[in-house]
Write a protein that binds this ligand. Structure first.
Ligand SMILES: NC(=O)c1ccc[n+]([C@@H]2O[C@H](COP(=O)([O-])OP(=O)(O)OC[C@H]3O[C@@H](n4cnc5c(N)ncnc54)[C@H](OP(=O)(O)O)[C@@H]3O)[C@@H](O)[C@H]2O)c1
Length: 222
């Protein structure tokens, strides 16, 4: 049976990933931060672990929670956004919140989970954004968030070299109707996650370290 790990699964894209992989018949291990989310996901048949990726004490014990597992598909979904543009300097608390969750958390999780993905010759995807792309950037909207996702892309592309038996990628879900994306987004969470799952199922060695889009396009430029 395929084992899937979703890190940051309480709502939005992470929750829909749990729903769809469970509907496909996969065994799903999911992480959330609170007991309410834990109960909701357990009701979907997921095995739920409590992990806050922004708390070093919590994330440092992650590999212990996954002892002996082989992971076919892992997704790092946890993320936060701040929206000011480059006319406003980021505050230290905003910088710490965004960079900790979107970058440091991913870099702390990666060495703990990638060996388990290598065991299964699997795929480890980190949810990034088209807003990470430097080439052709159109404006500075959500400046700090853009920086964090660009850093995430580099963290993943560089780490690929240390885990040759896993396929490490970043994936852009599109602009999606979630708490983060808002009601005006063009994609439903069902559409985005359906595309993401299809795209991840198509990953080959040629995609290692790359940014993929939910609709299967491979990013031409960073
Ligand atoms: N929606 C879009 O249009 C869009 C576009 C591009 C990229 N993305 C990316 O897609 C991912 C999911 O976004 P979403 O739209 O589903 O956002 P969302 O609805 O705001 O959900 C964010 C998720 O991240 C979790 N999270 C935040 N901080 C965490 C922490 N410290 N530890 C563990 N989990 C944490 C949240 O858990 P809690 O419930 O505990 O807060 C929640 O499950 C993010 O990485 C985001 O940057 C989204």
């Amino acid at each position: 049976m395929t084992t899937v790990l979703i890190i940051g699964a309480s709502r939005g894209i992470g929750l829909e990933l749990v729903r769809q992989y469970r509907a496909e018949g996969c065994r799903v291990i999911a992480t959330v931060r609170d007991a309410g989310a834990q109960a909701r996901l357990a009701a979907l048949g997921a095995e739920v672990k409590l992990v806050d990726v922004a708390q070093p004490a919590s994330v440092s014990g992650f590999s212990w929670l996954l002892d002996g597992e082989k992971i076919d598909v892992a997704l790092y979904v946890a993320g936060v956004i701040r929206r000011p543009d480059a006319r406003t300097p980021p505050t230290q608390p905003d910088f710490d919140a965004v960079m900790h969750t979107n970058v440091l958390g991913a870099m702390q999780v990666l060495p703990q989970v990638a060996p388990l993905v290598e065991e299964a010759r699997g795929v480890f995807a980190f949810v990034s954004s088209s807003m990470s792309q430097i080439e052709g950037v159109a404006n500075s909207y959500s400046w700090l968030y853009r920086v964090s996702k660009a850093a995430l892309n580099m963290a993943v592309a560089a780490a690929q070299h240390d885990y040759p038996h896993a396929r490490l990628v970043t994936i852009d879900p599109g602009w999606v109707q979630t708490d983060m994306g808002g009601d005006g987004a063009p994609l439903t969470v069902h559409e985005s996650v359906t595309g993401m799952r299809k795209t991840l199922a198509s990953v080959t060695d040629a995609d290692k370290g790359r940014l993929l889009h939910h609709d299967g396009r491979r990013a031409a430029h960073w």
